[in-house]
Design a protein around this ligand. Structure first.
Ligand SMILES: [Fe+2]
Ligand SMILES: [Fe+2]
Length: 139
């Protein structure tokens, strides 16, 4: 996953988190390419669970603080993804096919979520003239 300006929502803390998520994903992909499928999947799932929880808290906190009208819907999507990651973490044995499914699913989810849902939030903020620094996350 290559980061470019199309992914930026214009909130530096959120964009920084998203870049870190890309970085984790790319480390995972490199490990798969190097043949470390099983260990890398377990490590990635742990890192992804931790970091996405941290990121979702930040993003939701910001949404909540500014009264974003799609907050509940957006949070539900975060929760559904977090559940998926947790369920994957709990299932121990994985073959290459399962790891590749996981890789595709996470890539698709992250790209789609950022490009559509997170972008909408960025656009909504821009429309209101809001900027991140102004509102401290409260969640
Ligand atoms: Fe989000
Ligand atoms: Fe996000």
């Amino acid at each position: 996953m290559e980061w470019d300006a199309a992914y930026a929502i214009g909130q530096s803390a959120v964009d920084g988190d998203h870049q870190r998520l890309f970085q984790l994903f790319n480390q995972f992909s490199a490990a798969i390419a190097a043949g470390e499928t099983r260990e890398s999947a377990n490590r990635f799932l742990r890192e992804l669970a931790d970091y996405s929880a941290y990121h979702f808290r930040r993003e939701e906190g910001l949404m909540h603080a500014v009264g974003y009208p799609d907050y509940a819907k957006h949070k539900k999507m975060h929760d559904t993804f977090a559940d998926f990651v947790r369920r994957q973490s709990d299932s121990g044995a994985r073959d290459l096919e399962e790891v590749q499914f996981l890789q595709s699913y996470v890539e698709m989810w992250l790209c789609g979520h950022i490009l559509v849902m997170d972008k909408w939030f960025g656009e909504w903020l821009d429309g209101r003239g809001e900027k991140a620094g102004a509102a401290a996350p409260t969640a």
